[in-house]
Design a protein around this ligand. Structure first.
Ligand SMILES: Nc1ccn([C@@H]2O[C@H](COP(=O)(O)O)[C@@H](O)[C@H]2O)c(=O)n1
Ligand code: MG
Length: 299
């Protein structure tokens, strides 16, 4: 059964190009993992962001789509609307990853991006039954090793909450088409409302954007209440906004935060190291989360 040294081996491997694992405090990571292992898998829950955390950021140098992008570049969207959505992406994505701006400075601009994009999407008479094809025709890609990750959690009945500011209907389809939408998976995200003919009319509930996952978590107290007996959390994200995803967990004991740092790595590394326990630099795989699960399984 895997020992901590085998996890460390994955953490410190230097044989793989473009892959690197950083930790602010490796000893604390080890202590946290040992506590989690001792407490057992029946005390664990996993909370993960979706876009660019469970999905790949890039492949062969080309960006992979977010759940928004999958819809935005699909046949369902008119070319005029596509152009407007692309302009929004070009304007706001650089702000999202700008390390010279604070979260407080970025927040209103991110709300503006989501609000404007969703207003455009709502005008497009999206058909629910066309989402399957949009995902099939996209380059959406879960990270290498996703099957092992999803299957392991399911096999051990560990709940996986996918908490996304993306498009819930689209991301669920990505997970379904990958064959890993197991019964232990729950999704909190922006879901569409459809009329009786299957045409989208609006979005359900409160908007989830990159910086209000804490509020989103607190709106879902029922989910976390059900998981009261699971105070240990493995959190996976790619944005500093993802760090609050576990804020709804009741009587939390240990939280291990794993951050995928995909873009503008040098500028953003200090803030990621400050806030995530483990930072994965340009790592397109689930190798580290899987090594951690292997370690936790072996109690
Ligand atoms: N119109 C938009 C708005 C946001 N995005 C990207 O979605 C990501 C958020 O989804 P998570 O699953 O990561 O919560 C965010 O990082 C934005 O870059 C987009 O592509 N289009
Ligand atoms: Mg993300």
């Amino acid at each position: 059964s895997p020992s901590f040294s085998s996890v460390i081996h994955v953490f410190t491997r230097d044989d793989m190009c473009n892959t690197s694992v950083r930790m602010r405090d490796p000893q604390r990571v080890e202590e946290t993992l040992r506590c989690m292992q001792k407490a057992g898998l029946n005390t664990l829950q996993v909370i993960s962001d979706f876009d660019m955390t469970l999905t790949r950021f890039a492949r062969n140098g080309k960006r992979c789509p977010t759940s928004h992008n999958i819809l935005e570049i699909s046949k369902m969207i008119s070319s005029e609307c596509k152009e407007k959505l692309k302009d929004l992406l070009d304007k706001y994505y650089p702000i999202e990853i700008d390390s010279s701006k604070t979260i407080e400075e970025k927040l209103p601009l991110m709300v503006e991006w989501w609000t404007r994009a969703h207003a455009l999407i709502m005008q497009q008479k999206i058909r629910k039954d066309q989402l399957t094809l949009a995902v099939q025709e996209s380059d959406a890609m879960l990270r290498e090793g996703y099957q092992e990750f999803f299957d392991c959690l399911n096999q051990h009945s560990v709940p996986l909450l996918i908490f996304s500011a993306g498009l819930g209907d689209v991301l669920e389809e990505v997970v379904r088409q990958a064959g890993v939408f197991h019964p232990n998976v729950k999704v909190i995200s922006n879901f569409m409302d459809f009329d009786e003919t299957g045409v989208m009319t609006s979005f359900k509930g409160e908007l989830i954007h990159i910086y209000n996952k804490r509020e989103g978590a607190l709106l879902n107290t029922g989910h976390f209440e059900e998981l009261r007996s699971r105070p240990n959390v493995l959190l996976l994200g790619d944005s500093l906004g993802d760090l609050t995803m576990a804020d709804g967990v009741q009587e939390v004991e240990k939280v291990l935060k794993i951050g995928f740092l995909n873009d503008k790595v040098d500028e953003r590394l200090p803030s990621y190291l400050n806030s995530y326990d483990i930072v994965l630099l340009k790592d397109e795989t689930m190798e580290v989360p899987n090594a951690i699960l292997d370690f936790l399984v072996a109690d």
